[in-house]
Design a protein around this ligand. Structure first.
Ligand code: NI
Length: 168
């Protein structure tokens, strides 16, 4: 397994819309393994392939406290979204910023697992938030897009400044 580099906002590659996966083959399985390694080491609770500059519709999530519930979603589709919840969100591509975002409270999602098998999952609370956040990534969207323009620009400027500093 290998740790992959995570793109940092406002990198334009985070805006690419990911393509569906045709076949869940060895390459996809290896990518999934590397995404888990990258997510756990960051540490984070979710990672979309877009964030490691692979523009395929693949997400890994583990919202457990002890890394005991790894979940893989390939070509995920939300088929039902009910209610509303507000939770502070962060993102490995937007390091050290946390802001409240309004999302659906409960969702039903269809996807393929790491073996290419179809499954349907009903999720609520943190898991539902995380799935919605990661699917946004596959569509080139970040949690900052849900914020006011003022907040978004403030985050963007600070991260641009930090990245310039890192280059020197
Ligand atoms: Ni994120």
């Amino acid at each position: 397994m290998a740790k992959l580099d995570i793109l940092i906002y406002p990198d334009p590659r985070l805006r690419q819309v990911a393509k569906p996966v045709d076949h869940v083959d060895d390459n996809v399985q290896q990518l999934v393994d590397n995404m888990f390694e990258t997510m756990y080491r960051a540490p984070g609770i979710g990672l979309a392939a877009t964030q490691v500059n692979v523009h395929k519709r693949i997400i890994v999530i583990d919202v457990s406290e002890d890394k005991s519930e790894p979940r893989v979603f390939i070509n995920p589709e939300i088929t039902e979204a009910i209610g509303e919840q507000t939770m502070p969100e962060g993102c490995l591509s937007v390091p050290s910023f946390y802001e409240e975002v309004v999302r659906a409270d409960a969702i039903t999602v269809n996807a393929l697992d790491q073996n290419g098998e179809h499954f349907t999952l009903q999720a609520e609370g943190l898991l539902a938030v995380c799935i919605q956040h990661e699917i946004d990534h596959l569509n080139g969207k970040l949690f900052t897009d849900h914020l006011s323009k003022l907040k978004r620009n403030r985050i963007k400027k600070k991260l641009e400044k930090q990245q310039k500093a890192n280059v020197l």
